[in-house]
Every structure is written in structure tokens, then in C-alpha cells.
Design a protein around this ligand. Structure first.
Ligand SMILES: Cc1cc2nc3c(=O)[nH]c(=O)nc-3n(C[C@H](O)[C@H](O)[C@H](O)COP(=O)(O)OP(=O)(O)OC[C@H]3O[C@@H](n4cnc5c(N)ncnc54)[C@H](O)[C@@H]3O)c2cc1C
Length: 461
């Protein structure tokens, strides 16, 4: 029997029956590392076996929880996954990392102009149903997804073609009158065309998806520690992980999946991961149950707005229940000019505690209530800050990030940089990362160069 089957730590407790304090010298450091990390041997906090964990996953958001599930299938109780839970207190009083997934809806669709994103979405979405069944946790609603663009727009046809290659069930509608008839909850303009994707397209509840992934990882025996990691120190052939509360864990390899915080966690003095963090404000339009009923056939949408002075794109989810019991329709967008709030952790903290951007909220209100859904009956409007991370090449970083070491001997790996699109694709991103870490080499039919980590020197912004 695995001693750690129910190993779930609250932020304040450590299961003494599972974890022992062992005072052992760490593995002898390699010469190069000794110079970089001259720290004296520290007490080891190890599981009841005396060997370090083969892998520790750091960050239990959408990507980390997926990676943990895939790794747990191979490693069982030898896998440790660490990450804080969503704050249960007011964000103003919370001192810890925020995340990109603290919400009730994330769009899921295959159609995309980028074949890599489309493939990752298709592979992930194909596994939703099995994940729900195995975990007993529902997170996916296949209500369809509409992608609207005023013509001419090459990206619409490109999305259609790429979607087709990935097996998406799509319908192209090029007549705005037909669109109006089929989707009366929206207002279309002359020249609007759209792809309606059905099949598994719709939305996921990202919180429930994380719960499903972690439930299955635990079922496989993985240990889950609900705490934040302060430091990752590569020493010799492994890593020392220090948590906020001072717990120390040893592992052969660490996989960092800390979303917008990933670049602050990676070890290394001279270079920093090239990860830009864009501030996003979302608008929640509370509706009554009658209005929600009227909108029961509304698909999720993503809408190109080339003439809007503030927003390039808007997207939205139909009314869903929020934890406070309200039914709210959510819209968000991509501003033409993005604000980078990811220079340091303090910037991120201020952004998440600041209540969102007033100009973006006003632009979203205008688009939703005066352009896309002018008939919407709302009870209240509120907004929320969020943030997304962008990589240098527009695909997630899934790579070893241990100086000059190749993946075969690397101790530190990263899977981060969702580019505002990783929720639906997190299962495949987590799977590719898990395979890389387990095998010490790239194991996927996708080209690893598309996922290579890109760095900047620490002084440059
Ligand atoms: C407003 C908004 C709308 C979006 N809409 C969509 C959409 O419709 N469809 C879509 O596919 N994607 C969407 N996205 C993007 C998607 O949510 C992200 O790409 C996705 O959440 C990234 O997953 P992640 O695991 O990399 O990061 P996250 O989900 O942010 O998880 C990172 C985790 O790391 C943890 N962490 C941070 N620091 C530490 C530390 N020191 N120690 C331990 N753990 C740490 C955090 O607590 C967090 O749980 C949207 C994002 C936003 C903000």
C-alpha cells in the first residue's frame, strides 16, 4: 500500500507519518555547481524512502496539474507536486502568487490559424471526456464556439483550413443574415462571416479541470503539497526545493509550471526567461435566470474587431454560475496596446490587487452592450484583473532550462507561457512536458524547436 495515497497537506500541516526529517549530506556537487551554489549541506525533508523524488512539479495550475497527472501515471507515489491553492481570502489581503485560471470559463476550440495551437487543442479536447469520467469531476461544456470576423480576413479561412486538418467539426457561414438568423442573441454587421465549431468546442471550467487532474494524480499515488516554492537550487545531480514555510525537498528533476511567475523561480544569475506578462481585465455581466434561459443556446465566441479603437479581439462565455451564486456572462479582450506587468513579482501583486483597468472595462462594456449583444439584460456589471504570459515565439516553452546541460542530464525543466490560449490545451502541454522530463529527451511528433525556451540577459527588459 502506498503510504502517500491520501497525502494532501494543508498549508499548515505536514503528515509526520509520511515525511521524515533526515539529516544527510546532499549528493556531492559537481565542480561547476559548487562555485555557483556554495551552500552547506542542509537537512533533507524526504519521504519515507531515503532517495529523493525523481521529479517534483512546481505550480498546480492548468499545465502543472496536467503534467502531474501524466507523470503520476509513470511515477505513482514517487511524484511530488507543489503549489498553493487559490486564495480563499480577499485578494487585497493575500500574499502569494495569483494565477491565470481563477475563473469559471475558458473557451475550448480547435479552429485556430496556428497549426500547433490547433493540434494541442485537438489532442487535449479529445481527452476531456475520459478525464471527466475517470475523475468524476465535470469541467467541460460542449456548447460550440463561434469565431467571427468582418471580411476580408485571411485568418478566418486559415483557421478553417487548420481546423479541418485537425478534425474540427466546423461550418463556415459567410452571410451575415444567416448568422443573424442562427444566432439571434448576437448582432452581426454587413460583411461579418464566422466559423461555427461544434464537437467538443465550447468551454471548460478551469478550476474544475485542475481539480480533476489533481484527483487523478492523487489516485495514482502522487503526493500533493499545497504550498509555494521560494527557491530551486540545482546541486550536484539534483535540485533542492525550498518552500515558503521553509520545508526542503530534494529531487532528481524539477518541472516548473508556475505560469506568469515561472521566470522568477528559475535558477540562474545571468539570464532570465523571455516571458512577457500582459495585464487583462475581464467584464462579468450578471444576468437573471430568465435572461440565462434566453441565452441557453448561446455558444462561446471570439470576435475580431479591426475597427475598435481599443480592442483587437473580444471573446466571451455564456452565463455560468460563479462561486458567489451569481449567473454571469463573461467577456474579455485583447487590447491593441498591451501593458506588461511582469517585470517583477511586486508589479504582478499590485496589478492583481488593483481591481483591473478602467479603460479596458469601458471598452468591453461598449463592445458587449452596444455592439455584440445590445439586447442583453444585465443586473450588474463588475470587472476582475487577470494576466497572461507570452513567449518570444508564441508557443509555450517546454524545455530543459539548466544552463548548458542537455535534457538528458538537466535537473530543471519548464512548461510555461500560455500565450492567452493554454487553458484548453493544457493537457497536451502537460503531457509533452511530462514525457520530456521522464525520458530526458523530446518525445512528441511536434518539433521541439517550436517549444524551445528563449532567454534574455538579466539586465535587459
Ligand atoms: C482573462 C483570461 C482569459 C483566458 N481565456 C482563455 C480561453 O478562453 N481559452 C484558453 O485556452 N486560455 C485562456 N486563457 C489562458 C489560460 O488561462 C492560461 O494560458 C493558463 O491558465 C496557463 O496555465 P498555467 O498552468 O501555465 O498557468 P496558471 O494557470 O496561472 O497556473 C500557474 C500556477 O503556478 C502557481 N505558482 C506560481 N508561483 C508559484 C510558486 N512560487 N510556487 C508554487 N506554485 C506557484 C500558481 O499558484 C498557479 O496555480 C485566459 C487567460 C486569462 C487571464
Amino acid at each position: 500500500m502506498c503510504m502517500r495515497d491520501s497525502f494532501q497537506l494543508s498549508p499548515h500541516t505536514r503528515p509526520p507519518h509520511v515525511v521524515l526529517f533526515l539529516y544527510m549530506a546532499p549528493p556531492p556537487p559537481a565542480a561547476a555547481d559548487q562555485e555557483e551554489h556554495p551552500a552547506p549541506p542542509l537537512p533533507l525533508l524526504l519521504p519515507s524512502s531515503t532517495s529523493p523524488f525523481p521529479v517534483i512539479v512546481i505550480g498546480l495550475g492548468l499545465v502543472g496539474s496536467a503534467a502531474a497527472r501524466h507523470l503520476s501515471a509513470a511515477l505513482g507515489s514517487s511524484l511530488l507536486a507543489i503549489g498553493p491553492p487559490e486564495p480563499s481570502i480577499s485578494w487585497a489581503d493575500y500574499n502569494g502568487p495569483f494565477a491565470s485560471h481563477y475563473d469559471q470559463g475558458r473557451l475550448a476550440r480547435i479552429s485556430d490559424p496556428d497549426p500547433v495551437w490547433a493540434a494541442m487543442a485537438a489532442r487535449s479536447m479529445a481527452r476531456y471526456s475520459a478525464l471527466e469520467q475517470a475523475s468524476g469531476i465535470r469541467f467541460h461544456e460542449a456548447i460550440g464556439s463561434l469565431r467571427v470576423s468582418p471580411l476580408p480576413d485571411g485568418s478566418l479561412y486559415q483557421s478553417l483550413q487548420v481546423g479541418r486538418q485537425q478534425g474540427a467539426q466546423q461550418e463556415l457561414i459567410e452571410d451575415h443574415n444567416v448568422l443573424q438568423e442562427k444566432f439571434p442573441c448576437f448582432r452581426f454587421e454587413t460583411g461579418d462571416a464566422a466559423i461555427m465549431e461544434r464537437g467538443a468546442a465550447g468551454y471548460i471550467n478551469p478550476r474544475n479541470m485542475v481539480s480533476a487532474q489533481l484527483a487523478l494524480a492523487q489516485k495514482n499515488g502522487a503526493c500533493i503539497v499545497h504550498e509555494g516554492v521560494r527557491e530551486i537550487v540545482p546541486i550536484g545531480y539534483g535540485v533542492r526545493i525550498v518552500t515558503w514555510k521553509g520545508q526542503i525537498f530534494w529531487a532528481r528533476k524539477a518541472l516548473v509550471c508556475a505560469g506568469i511567475y515561472s521566470k522568477f523561480l528559475l535558477p540562474g544569475r545571468t539570464r532570465v526567461l523571455d516571458l512577457t506578462v500582459h495585464a487583462r481585465t475581464v467584464l462579468l455581466a450578471e444576468v437573471g435566470s430568465e435572461e440565462a434561459e434566453r441565452l441557453r443556446t448561446m455558444p462561446t465566441f471570439i470576435w475580431h474587431l479591426p475597427k475598435n479603437p481599443y480592442l483587437n479581439w473580444a471573446y466571451g462565455c455564456p452565463p455560468v454560475k460563479y462561486p458567489d451564486g451569481r449567473l454571469a456572462l463573461k467577456v474579455g479582450g485583447t487590447a491593441w496596446e498591451a501593458v506588461d506587468v511582469g517585470h517583477c513579482e511586486a508589479d504582478l501583486d499590485s496589478w492583481f490587487k488593483g481591481g483591473g483597468d478602467k479603460a479596458e472595462r469601458a471598452a468591453l462594456e461598449d463592445v458587449l452592450l452596444r455592439q455584440l449583444m445590445p439586447g442583453l439584460q444585465t443586473r450588474s456589471l463588475s470587472c476582475k484583473p487577470c494576466a497572461v504570459s507570452f513567449t518570444a515565439h508564441g508557443r509555450p516553452y517546454i524545455d530543459s532550462v539548466d544552463g548548458e546541460r542537455p535534457a538528458s542530464t538537466a535537473r530543471v525543466f519548464v512548461a510555461a507561457g500560455g500565450c492567452g490560449a493554454a487553458a484548453k490545451s493544457a493537457d497536451e502541454i502537460g503531457r509533452m512536458a511530462a514525457l520530456l522530463v521522464l525520458n530526458g529527451r523530446w518525445v512528441s511528433d511536434m518539433d521541439p524547436m517550436m517549444f524551445r525556451a528563449v532567454f534574455k540577459t538579466k539586465s535587459s527588459k
